[in-house]
Write a protein of this length. Structure first.
Length: 326
């Protein structure tokens, strides 16, 4: 039986602690009971806090702990849940947790972090020059704070040697199933997913992210161009046309868009169109081809390829997952 310790700290997200504890604790149990078979528990799961005292989660729920950090010995994996409060405050108030992560790395234990909990892994230094992911909404903060880490925020799960990182929110489902598959095999992971009614083997969080098109900047011309594009993105025009409209050269327009928004005008227009397509797929019953035309595309294969690149899903898959239930 594998020993797993879920790390608790004040202002953690309660469900990221209790949920992953249930997932590991009931792997090999719930499915077997449903099938009328003998339960075969595979994981021994405990919660640890700094001194073994209860922790106060961000939702006000108080969770008890089985042991303190000093009592963590002979474990196979430690799990770091989501930070629910201000990230920098939690980091500042948990130096013992950073020490624990460094010790875990020295011991070669499996280390897995979820969502903003990966900031703690990064702060401890164990992710330096490694690959990681985090919640898509914290991508820029993570990149600015830890430039030495290769952040792949579009990915739901990353692995570098013994360190796993999961993306945003409830990605601890995916993280837990990934670890269950590694230790118990694919069949056990699928059975656990079915027992918990979870989609398994998602590989991207692109479809959940916002495109953050309204990045703050001080370029009045670019802001004026943005306003025009938000009203006319479905029309057919070239970058040359756009530059002529605002009485500047194509080269200058591209340079100023890159400086202000970190993307050229054509990429900005593509993002506007895909974001509009997402809303139409969510809120209307228009066919994919009609949606494609409504947002300014004429070539179906190009639209589908670009949509998948931006969201990680085909238009049909996106509608199936996110459409309003009428």
């Amino acid at each position: 039986m594998l020993n797993i310790v879920v790390i608790g700290f004040d202002k953690a997200l309660a469900s990221a602690i209790t949920g992953v504890t249930d997932l590991f604790g009931l792997a090999g149990v719930t499915w077997n009971l449903i099938q009328g078979q003998q339960p075969e528990k595979a994981f021994n799961v405990k919660i640890a806090s700094r001194d073994g005292s209860p922790i106060q989660c961000i939702n006000g729920l108080q969770l008890g702990a089985h042991l303190s950090f000093d009592e963590i010995h002979d474990v196979d994996a430690v799990i770091i849940p989501t930070i629910g409060g201000p990230v920098e405050d939690v980091i500042t108030h948990n130096p013992e947790l950073l020490d624990l992560l460094q010790h875990a790395q020295q011991q070669g234990w499996t280390i897995a972090g979820n969502c903003t909990g990966n900031f703690l892994l990064a702060e401890s230094g164990i992710l330096n020059h490694k690959t990681a992911t985090t919640h898509w909404g914290f991508k820029e903060q993570f990149q600015q704070r830890y430039p030495q880490i290769e952040l792949k925020a579009d990915q739901l799960i990353t692995r570098s040697d013994n360190i796993y990182c999961a993306g945003g929110g409830l990605a601890w489902f995916d993280l837990g199933l990934h670890i269950i598959e590694r230790h118990m095999g694919f069949e056990a992971a699928i059975q656990t997913a079915k027992a918990f009614v979870i989609d398994y083997r998602r590989d991207t969080q692109l479809s959940y992210s916002l495109m953050r098109l309204a990045k703050p900047h001080k370029d009045d011309l670019v802001r004026e161009a943005q306003t025009w594009l938000e009203q006319h993105y479905s029309q057919q025009f070239t970058v040359e046309d756009l530059a002529e409209r605002f009485s500047i050269s194509k080269r200058t327009l591209i340079r100023r868009f890159n400086a202000a928004l970190d993307m050229p005008p054509n990429t900005y227009v593509q993002s506007l169109r895909i974001e509009a397509a997402q809303k139409l797929l969510e809120e209307t019953e228009r066919t994919v081809d009609v949606v494609m035309n409504d947002v300014g595309y004429e070539d179906a294969s190009s639209f589908r390829r670009l949509f998948r690149k931006k969201t990680g899903l085909t238009p049909t898959e996106y509608r199936r997952r996110f459409a309003k239930r009428l």
